[in-house]
Design a protein around this ligand. Structure first.
Ligand code: NAP
Length: 264
C-alpha cells in the first residue's frame, strides 16, 4: 500500500458532516478535525454567536463550514437543520450526535423538569437528528452516525442520575439503530469519552462546589493509566476513524476514549 492510499483512507473529501453541539468543546474539536480531513461541516448549536464565529474560523483556515441554529430538543429545529444542510451541500454522510448537558444531582435532588431537559437534549436529540438525517443517507448509499456516550454509558457515577440514564440509553439506542439501518449501509456507533477539558467539565466541577484548578484536573486523571486529562482532539481523532472508511465494518459498537480509565 502506498502513502497516498493511506491518506485516501483518512480523507473525508466530498463528504458532508453534521455535528450537534458543535460550537464548543468536543463538538468544536471534531468539526475542525473533520474539516481538516476534507469534509464540509455543518455546526448545529444553540449558541449562535460562538457557532457562527467558529464556522467562520474554519472557513478562514481553508475548510468548508456552515453554522445552523438548532436546539436538538425540537423536532422542527432538527428537521429544518437537516433540510438546510441538504440544500447547501446536496448530501449528508456523517452525523455526530454530540450535544449534551451534565446536571450533577442524585435522584433526591434532581427536579422532574431537569430530568426532562437532560434526556431531551441527549437522548431525544440523538433520535430526532437520526430520524431526519437517515433518509438522506439512504439516498446517497450509506453513512456513519456517531452518538456521544460517556464512560458513564458503561458504569454508574455519583450525583449524576439523569446523566447516567441518558448515556446508558445512548449505548443501547445505538445498537438498535445499527440493527435497523445496517441494510442501508449506515453504521451507528457510540463514542465514550472520559474526562475531557471542556466548558462542560468546568461546569460539573462548579456544580459540585469545586474550583476548576490544577488540583481538580489532577483528580480527573489520577486513576487513569495515561496520566493526563483528555482533550477535544483526542475524541475528534476517534470520531474521524468512526466517520471514515477505515471503520467500514464496525457498527453497533462503542469506542472508549479515556486514557485507559475504564480498564481499572
Ligand atoms: P460543551 O463544551 O458544553 O459543549 C456542548 C455544546 O452543546 C455547547 O455549545 C452547548 O451550548 C450545546 N448545547 C447544549 N444544549 C443544546 C441543545 N439543546 N441543542 C443544541 N446544542 C446544545 O460540552 P462537551 O464537554 O464538549 O460535551 C459534548 C458531549 O460529550 C456531551 O454529550 C457530553 O455529555 C459528552 N461527554 C463529555 C465529557 C467531558 O468530560 N467533557 C465526557 C464524556 C462525555 P451552551 O454552551 O450554550 O449550553
Amino acid at each position: 500500500m502506498k502513502h497516498t492510499d493511506i491518506q485516501d483512507l483518512l480523507s473525508l473529501s466530498g463528504k458532508v458532516a453534521i455535528i450537534t453541539g458543535g460550537a464548543s468543546g468536543i463538538g468544536l474539536g471534531t468539526a475542525k478535525k473533520l474539516a481538516l480531513a476534507g469534509a464540509s461541516v455543518v455546526i448545529l448549536d444553540i449558541n449562535d454567536a460562538l457557532g457562527n464565529l467558529e464556522a467562520e474560523a474554519i472557513r478562514q483556515d481553508g475548510g468548508k463550514a456552515h453554522f445552523c441554529h438548532c436546539d436538538v430538543r425540537s423536532a422542527e429545529n432538527c428537521r429544518s437543520a437537516v433540510d438546510e444542510t441538504f440544500e447547501m451541500f446536496g448530501r449528508i454522510d456523517i452525523l455526530f450526535n454530540n450535544a449534551g448537558i451534565a446536571i450533577r444531582k442524585n435522584a433526591l435532588e434532581l427536579e422532574p423538569d431537569e430530568w426532562d431537559l437532560a434526556l431531551d437534549v441527549s437522548l431525544k436529540g440523538q433520535y430526532l437528528m437520526t430520524k431526519y438525517a437517515v433518509p438522506h443517507m439512504i439516498k446517497s448509499g450509506g453513512g456513519s452516525i456517531i452518538n456521544t456516550g460517556s464512560g458513564w454509558s458503561l458504569r454508574g457515577g455519583e450525583n449524576a442520575v439523569a446523566y447516567c440514564a441518558m448515556k446508558g440509553g445512548t449505548l443501547n439506542m445505538t445498537r438498535a439503530m445499527a440493527i435497523d439501518f445496517g441494510k442501508y449501509n449506515i453504521r451507528v456507533n457510540t463514542i465514550c469519552p472520559g474526562d475531557i477539558d471542556t466548558p462542560m467539565l468546568r461546569s460539573e466541577c462548579e456544580q459540585l462546589g469545586g474550583d476548576y484548578d490544577e488540583e481538580y484536573i489532577k483528580s480527573c486523571y489520577k486513576s487513569r493509566p495515561i496520566q493526563r486529562i483528555g482533550t477535544p482532539d483526542d475524541v475528534a481523532n476517534a470520531v474521524l476513524f468512526l466517520a471514515g472508511s477505515m471503520s467500514e465494518w464496525i457498527s453497533g459498537s462503542y469506542l472508549v476514549v479515556d486514557g485507559g480509565g475504564i480498564a481499572g
